[in-house]
Design a protein around this ligand. Sequence first.
Ligand code: GLY
Length: 392
Amino acid sequence: MYASSTASPGTYDVLVVGGGVIGLVTAWRAAQRGLRTALADPAPGGGAAHVAAGMLAAVTELHYGEQTLLALNLESARRYPAFTAELEEATGRDTGYRACGTLAVALDADDRAHLRELHALQRACGLDAEWLSGRECRRLEPMLAPGVRGGVRVDGDHQTDPRRLAGALLTACERAGVSFHRAAVIRLLCAGGRATGAELAGGERLSAGQTVLAAGSRSGALAGVPEGVLPPVRPVKGQILRLRVPAAYAPFLSRTVRAVVRGCPVYLVPRENGELVVGATTEELGWDTTVTAGGVYELLRDAHELVPGITELPLVETLAGLRPGSPDNAPLLGPTDLPGLHTATGHHRNGVLLTPVTGDVMAEVLTTGRLPDEARPFSPRRFANAPQELPV
Ligand code: GLY
């Protein structure tokens, strides 16, 4: 281990900055390995996952040029069933994991051509994805619009409920002995050329042998982190809606349905408890989290074109969150060039999907100092090209 687990009170082996699902899973896994672990966040269990739909969409969210990320996404999807079983066993809480599959559909000729290209890329990557006619899509999902022209059936892209997942991780951390500090971190502390902990709002200082920056979109803005080490993470706004499917309308959709409608991605994620999540916009607007009439209108308009029956459903929540975007859309996992400081951030569209593998990777690196093979391409050092001044 890097640090003693018999440290004096108030000092820790590991301090995790940020209590979203990524910070929580890191803290849980670290504590399971016997590390004396603390987590600082004013409201742990919140963050981007509180807004997210929870699609585990390694195959249907594939993009050109992201094959390296695909490997990590697939690995995390593969770990999801065992991860869920372990977490539910440890906490007695249901996380809403549902092996339901996904159907991506197209409405017009342009969107169909786009979907054909995605399907070709999926096949070229050796992924399971079956092209269906419009009629076959409607046979699977009778609520789809008559105009659906074709689709891709992906039986391996599932879902979980991010709010339940966060709640279970919180309980798991508590049971594993993680110390929670419910306050904002205002500054990273450094001494002797290494990170030594963090200062909280209110002035309390936490000391730790290793600090993990897992503060989502805020990870790129923490005071005290030397400039060349600050992760290049930015907020990417997503607006999302929650509708409710009354029992009389069920089953409304049996799996996640998604599409690109006139160039705009939209998805509908049906949960077993009757919630139907419709998402999401992608907006580069800094820290703005306003829910706008335009955002809600566009999501409802596009979702209605796919599934006309949604206008009958009660709209129960509108919300906007901030994805932690990185320059290559991939996470930054493991040690930085500042000794004692790690990052677990930049998961962008894949934070919920990448939760299991992130926990495993971070626990491994925190206990052994070694970044596992699957995480090597995602070292934060890939962005650390500029000469930098580290604290002395
Ligand atoms: N992965 C879905 C989203 O980011 O909207």
